[in-house]
Design a protein around this ligand. Structure first.
Ligand SMILES: Nc1ccn([C@@H]2O[C@H](COP(=O)(O)OP(=O)(O)OP(=O)(O)O)[C@@H](O)[C@H]2O)c(=O)n1
Ligand SMILES: C[C@](O)(CO)[C@H](O)COP(=O)(O)O
Length: 250
């Protein structure tokens, strides 16, 4: 692409990949986590709406449970979603990492900025999404939303048997630690390179970019962007939705 036809950072199209192929084992028995309801609407639909609420996001790629792509397509057809956003559904893989990679493989060439957002973080506010996009547009190759910790964190020697006492080996300085959320935002080339070259198991996409030696920056996250992981998180998510309804006056 010549310099003249290359989009400026402010024009670079933004796509979001939403990995939604996990089972949700920690949530307990039931449908795949992303398809479970929050106030009557599937968690995945909340997450899609949260990303599509950003006027910068013009494509959302949903990575569905491997056998559930048709069901997810029907769900998208059955729920009101912004008309200015395009949607694609692809089947996911065995791990989050593989699901994100499969989502990236479906990404059309014109998208230069990619967000990766857990379906399990259905309530992320649009201001957080936009803050991540803005930091990438300002030149950061990888951006994570992050919050300071409320708890003191200990590093332990993990017990061989769950529940056994674990020797504490270190106490990292809490003021330097952050709990990292999604959406994480990337310059497309950087994220694709990370997924092509990093094979170790990592728990987030920014961790893969760090392994390339590329800098990652953190911007303020939001307490409502928490991850629905265990049953108590469902209670909290429904309480947040109830509070939003009250605040919105309906
Ligand atoms: N093979 C997988 C595993 C996870 N995910 C997605 O990655 C996100 C974060 O994962 P997590 O919250 O751990 O979800 P699960 O893997 O479903 O949870 P659990 O570990 O309790 O089974 C979720 O949106 C989940 O659907 C995915 O797309 N493909
Ligand atoms: C990507 C993530 O949400 C950042 O906090 C998190 O690492 C996902 O971890 P999980 O164990 O796969 O839920």
């Amino acid at each position: 692409m010549s310099d003249e036809s290359r989009p400026t950072p402010a024009q670079t199209p933004v796509a979001a990949v939403i990995p939604a192929a996990g089972r949700g084992v920690r949530l307990g028995p039931g449908a795949p986590k992303a398809l479970r309801a929050l106030n009557g609407t599937p968690m995945l639909i909340h997450a899609i709406r949260a990303l599509a609420a950003s006027r910068h996001v013009s494509l959302v790629i949903v990575v569905a449970p491997p056998e559930g792509a048709a069901e997810v397509k029907s769900l998208l057809d059955a729920h009101a979603l912004p008309e200015r956003t395009d949607f694609l559904v692809v089947p996911g893989g065995e791990s989050r990492q593989e699901s994100v990679r499969l989502g990236l493989e479906a990404l059309p060439p014109r998208y230069g900025i990619v967000l990766v957002h857990d379906a399990a973080r259905p309530l992320v506010p649009v201001d957080t999404v936009d803050a991540v996009i803005e930091a990438v547009r300002d030149g950061a190759p990888a951006v994570v939303p992050a919050l300071p910790l409320a708890d003191t964190v200990k590093e332990v020697e993990p017990a061989a048997v769950a529940g056994d006492p674990e020797p504490v080996v270190a106490t990292p300085e809490r003021s330097r630690l952050r709990a990292v959320q999604t959406p994480q935002g990337f310059d497309r080339e950087t994220l694709v390179r990370a997924h092509e070259s990093v094979t170790e198991n990592v728990t987030d996409d920014a961790g893969m970019v760090e392994q390339l030696g590329v800098p990652v920056v953190a911007v303020p996250g939001h307490e409502e962007a928490f991850k629905v992981t265990r049953p108590l998180d469902l209670v909290l998510a429904e309480a947040v939705l109830a509070r939003r309804r009250l605040n919105d006056g309906f």
